[in-house]
Write a protein that binds this ligand. Sequence first.
Ligand SMILES: Cc1cc2nc3c(=O)[nH]c(=O)nc-3n(C[C@H](O)[C@H](O)[C@H](O)COP(=O)(O)O)c2cc1C
Length: 412
Amino acid sequence: MTRQLRLNAFLKPAGEYLAGWRHPDSPPDAGVNFPYVSRLVQALEAAKFDAVFIPDLAGLPDTHPTVLERVAVVNDTFEPVSLLAALVPLTTHIGLFGTVSTSYSDPLEVARIFATLQALSGGRAGWNAVTSLNHGEAVNFGGSALADHASRYARAEEFADVVLGLWGQGGQPFFEHGGQHFTISPTRPFTSPPLSRPIIAQAGASEAGKQFAARVAEVIFTNIREYDGVKAYRADLRKRAETFGRHPDNVIICPNLETVIAPTRDEAQEKFGRLKALLHPRVALGDVEYWLGGVSLADLPLDAPLPPLPVTEKSVSTQQRWYQQAQEQRLTIRDLVHRIANGNHTLIGTPQDVADHIEHWFTTGAADGFNVAFPYLPTTLTDFTRWVVPELQRRNLFRKDYGAAHAVQARA
Ligand SMILES: Cc1cc2nc3c(=O)[nH]c(=O)nc-3n(C[C@H](O)[C@H](O)[C@H](O)COP(=O)(O)O)c2cc1C
């Protein structure tokens, strides 16, 4: 069978770019404006996207209060699974993927809500299993601090086994479990034949995260931006999946892709320039601090090289990646501010430039698809669906219609 290009939409209604919410085209209540969010999802379905994927963070990001005052924070967004359930009657084919943390929920609860979403949507549900990396979130759920990385993944591994068992993966009429973290008395699996179970998505980047993703996930997202890095990541994850007895083609690797598009490259740069101008410098610095694992850079000179950083438990791999880049390229803090917060990874160009990028990465085995994020909405979503999707279809890279075997059901 021909390999299918996958397009997931990573939907943050206020926009992915830190200052995207300030754009005059963006409604001020974007994250909790259901008619608006519905229209975005319906536009994605009209463009034949595989799935819409809703992130989650049940607390304030760990950042400076002055930054929080100037960003659209996740508290201004809907809880993902409730939102997806409300989208069911408004959509017919698009996959509905929601994020729920293995650190702050219970596997029985997760198995039930996604089995329910699967039944309500006729088989379109997906669970993005995260272990969470935020201190505030840990406190909100009764902890005093974020549990260490290894413990979070140990719990996630057992959590996923319980969820899969409750989804009837063992084929037994009853499922029971007694483990280190969870106990389940004999319980009937939440199966709904002939529906397959929900898809599992993951974005592991550390050693533990990659092992977890390779063992349980069908769709794997990555923040890695460089072609060689993504290609190596995909090869690695495919190999790891095989060691778990899985067929590597059942693991779909989707790097993130943000775009600002216009008919000419100059116009696209101008469009991006107008967006960048909306970013407050203190917000940019705060964002860098966040991605470096919560370190404080406020007292350090902006034009000096990044000093060695204390290792935090927040996002070990992300911090290491930025730190390594800063060392290799002798970046100052100011350079990093631009690189991280100013959307250095955003692909700015024509629809053909974006289609070339997608085609190259897909056909040369660096990616199976893309996790398309939108710097500001609705513009960058509309531009992608009206310009890039038809170009991909013209090149026979992307479906023109949802077939009977819609691609989201890759595993079934
Ligand atoms: C595209 C993408 C989306 C993510 N969405 C979330 C999210 O919604 N909530 C969350 O707590 N973590 C999210 N993460 C973080 C990952 O779950 C993971 O913790 C991170 O990639 C670091 O990997 P590690 O846990 O293996 O260190 C996301 C990561 C990526 C790449």
